[in-house]
Design a binder for this molecule. Structure first.
Ligand SMILES: NC(=O)c1ccc[n+]([C@@H]2O[C@H](COP(=O)([O-])OP(=O)(O)OC[C@H]3O[C@@H](n4cnc5c(N)ncnc54)[C@H](OP(=O)(O)O)[C@@H]3O)[C@@H](O)[C@H]2O)c1
Length: 334
């Protein structure tokens, strides 16, 4: 295995290569699609769940056999906030495992040149030292609220590693922090904290409410990354980084190859609520319901590995929330 400092091989994907973005209509996938288009890629493949349901192994294999993608970005997943994750535990582990197993296996069977699998910062132990390094994976118990989702994501990373080592595939994994941006999910129960705040504060402003009650104490610290920044990181990884460049043995002798993708800035949930309220123009009181769970107290990833390789985020949080709110207004109002 080479080390992080090994010379990058820069494969420079041809602009007419067949690139399949699994999950191209969601928050992250749509950003990655736009970023590939901006760079002049002309042969992007995307299928909705109705066209190819990725939990169906036969459908996935048929799709790969017919369309012959050369490169794959595996973005598709069942995704949600604390409530959805802790309520639909069976669906979160089953659907995510099936999607990963089917797509990663089909990529191996059909000779895909490179695959990028997107995991999540939820893979790290609940009490991991902060900021979280890649090698903290599997060093302690997970946060219980989203454990089924995290276990499935860990299985995806390990599947990529195992296939690379047994079959010589070139499958890499990126672990994004909390994402937000155009195309986000604003569902009242199933959304993540930032889009949920955008919707709630917007509705509170529209309804003239004097008070908005938010879950928990507001004290947990979180890191957020704008979706276009993640999209740029994904293209950087696809174009420049191979498994051999990032795989290395950690201090316990375990081979680690996944890469953190974060902004490097953390903010309390309370401060986040105040920024969203300000951007949206909500002037009322923000109350905190401490009977509701907070989740992990602090979650900041150490993304220095990717930064040393050459990527860095560009969009500051207030600017990103402003853009996300414009997208919310265009899609949900008027
Ligand atoms: N959002 C975050 O804060 C965040 C943070 C860290 C990591 N991630 C990771 O980033 C990835 C994308 O997240 P996202 O927020 O963009 O999610 P999203 O907006 O909910 O989009 C999910 C996408 O996956 C597709 N999909 C889900 N189940 C499918 C199935 N059975 N068959 C085919 N397609 C299916 C959806 O297709 P349809 O549109 O056809 O339903 C949609 O395009 C996920 O792997 C997630 O774990 C997200």
């Amino acid at each position: 295995m080479s080390t992080l400092n090994s010379k990058l091989q820069t494969p420079n994907i041809p602009r007419n290569a067949r690139i399949y973005i699994a999950g191209h209509r969601g928050l992250v996938g749509s950003g990655i699609w736009r970023a590939f288009e901006r760079r002049g890629f002309t042969n992007l493949l995307g299928k909705s769940r109705d066209e190819v349901n990725l939990i169906n192994q036969q459908a996935v294999d048929d799709f790969f056999a017919a369309e012959k993608p050369e490169y794959v970005v595996l973005v598709a997943a069942k995704v949600g906030g604390i409530l959805a994750n802790s309520t639909y535990r069976g669906q979160f582990i089953y659907e995510n495992l099936m999607i990963e197993m089917n797509v990663i296996h089909a990529a191996k069977v059909h000779g895909v040149k490179k695959l990028l699998f997107l995991g999540s910062s939820c893979i790290y132990p609940k009490m991991a030292p902060q900021p979280m390094l890649e090698e903290y994976l599997l060093t302690g118990p997970l946060e219980t609220t989203n454990e089924p989702y995290a276990v499935a994501k860990i299985a995806g990373i390990r599947l990529c590693d195992a296939y690379n080592r047994q079959y010589g595939t070139n499958f890499i994994s990126a672990m994004p922090t909390n994402m937000y941006g155009p195309g986000d999910n604003y569902h009242p129960e199933n959304s993540h904290v930032l889009p949920a705040f955008i919707r709630r504060f917007h509705e509170a402003k529209e309804q003239g409410l004097e008070k908005v009650t938010c879950w928990g104490s507001g004290s947990p610290l979180r890191e957020f990354l704008y979706s276009d920044d993640l999209a740029e990181a994904c293209i950087f990884l696809m174009e420049n980084i191979n498994y051999a460049d990032v795989a290395h043995e950690d201090s316990t002798g375990t081979v680690q190859s996944h890469i953190n993708v974060g902004s490097g800035s953390e903010i309390s949930i309370k401060a986040l609520a105040e920024i969203v309220a300000d951007v949206v123009g909500y002037k009322g009181e923000i109350e905190w319901d401490r009977s509701k769970p907070d989740g992990t107290p602090r979650k900041l990833m150490d993304s220095s590995k990717l930064r040393k390789l050459g990527w860095e985020p560009k969009v500051k949080i207030r600017e990103g929330i402003g853009r996300a709110y414009q997208d919310f207004l265009e899609r949900y109002t008027g």
